[in-house]
Design a protein around this ligand. Structure first.
Ligand SMILES: *Cc1c(COP(=O)(O)O)cnc(C)c1O
Length: 382
């Protein structure tokens, strides 16, 4: 673990920036070349080798935010997830997964692993002993997501990291929901940290990207395979993502504040059956969240008392937009059963606790009163 002395906002703005030595411009220049001099430049630069100036600069910023030695930037979150696992796996291996994961990750496991003869266990509980029980002689990785999507469950990072270390496994976390501003899993010993940068890192619902952060040793191994998989992000989008991250800390802090207020508002509302938000005292892992997170995040889920009305309710919202995806400055709401988890059977979804009426709310940075009014008006209409 590296020690960071600067605050998050300063690191978001300045770390990894490319200096414009020639014209002294204030922002990183964009180098779009795909062809570089191999005689004069030491490492053979090429975008698919993840080593162009803008990719390296952005990866430094992300490493700084995640307290890791090195990072790689991918063309999507799922490309990062794929590379983080398949760089270490071979036929006959086994992976232990938390069952409450992003739907696309579940789909990747259920559809692709079999083709490569890779086994897996999906652990439904958050208790470390239940993960321990699943470890076999061929287990290579343990993969978690906390807070999880869409139910905001929290698993103990330190216990997972220790279990992995004791059993010689690599631990991987999808840290998308927290963002580096709310949680740094490397501080607890987790080996590999992934983000769908499409969400909070991008923050404006206009970039698709993914990141992996880890130690130099593990990143070099992932890089070796990723050059063959070909999942790097294009230079233009790398540059845009760097710009987006400059406001990451400000955005996420505003989202934390709004989300806590909204969770408290919904929690006391007569139309609501349950609210899932780690910042609420009633959340079963609230104390753990307090211990391992700097803030509780901008994501929450809830169930209406009359679950069948969730679509109608969503249609009555004016500011909060029904939309897939999350983490933008604008508030969005989604039905996981119709979007992120739609490729998973209803039976499996219900097993994971995702009922059809569940609504997932990505709280934006709008003025709080406007969001509360929007919700109140929609409640009055249903
Ligand atoms: C969106 C998302 C992903 C997948 O990322 P893409 O950028 O869509 O490929 C992975 N994990 C979580 C938690 C997500 O929300």
């Amino acid at each position: 673990m590296k020690k960071n002395i600067k605050g998050f906002t300063t690191r978001c703005i300045h770390d990894g920036e490319l200096i414009d030595y020639k014209y002294k411009g204030a922002v990183s220049p964009l180098y779009i070349s795909t062809a570089y001099d191999y005689l004069e430049v030491e490492d053979h630069k090429y975008p698919r080798y993840f080593n162009t100036p803008n990719q390296l600069a952005l990866s430094k910023k992300i490493s700084s935010l995640e307290n890791c030695e090195k990072s790689l930037i991918f063309g999507s979150g799922i490309a990062a997830i794929f590379a983080s696992m398949f760089s270490f796996l071979k036929s006959g291996d086994h992976v232990v997964f938390q069952s409450s994961l992003y739907g696309g990750t579940i789909n990747l496991i259920l559809k692709e692993f079999k083709k490569f003869n890779i086994e897996h266990s999906l652990v439904e509980s958050l208790e470390i002993d239940d993960y321990k029980k699943e470890i076999k002689s061929n287990t290579k990785l343990i993969y978690i997501e906390t807070p999880s999507n869409p139910l905001l469950q929290i698993i103990d990072l330190e216990l997972v990291a220790d279990l992995a270390k004791k059993n010689d496994l690599i631990s991987i976390i999808d840290n998308t929901f927290a963002s580096p501003i709310n949680q740094n899993p490397a501080n607890y010993g987790i080996d590999i940290i992934i983000h769908s940068a499409t969400k909070y890192l991008g923050g404006h619902s206009d970039i698709l990207a993914g990141t992996i952060s880890s130690s130099k040793i593990l990143i070099d191994k992932i890089l070796e395979s990723s050059i063959n998989y070909g999942g790097n992000l294009s230079e233009h989008t790398v540059w845009l993502l760097e710009r987006s991250i400059k406001t990451l800390s400000l955005r996420v802090k505003a989202q934390n504040t709004n989300a806590l207020k909204i969770a408290e508002f919904l929690n006391g509302n007569e139309n609501i059956k349950s609210v899932y938000y780690p910042g609420l005292k009633s959340h079963p892992q609230h104390e753990l969240a307090k211990k391992q997170m700097y803030g509780f995040g901008g994501m929450l889920s809830f169930l209406l008392k009359d679950e069948k009305k969730s679509d109608t309710f969503t249609r009555y919202l004016k500011i909060i937009k029904p939309a897939m995806s999350l983490g933008g400055v604008e508030s969005t709401i989604t039905s996981p059963s119709l979007t992120s988890h739609s490729k998973i059977s209803k039976e499996k979804r219900e097993k994971f606790g995702i009922s059809d009426g569940l609504l997932r709310f990505s709280v934006g940075i709008e003025d709080y009163d406007d969001l509360e009014n929007d919700l109140t008006k929609a409640f009055q209409k249903i």
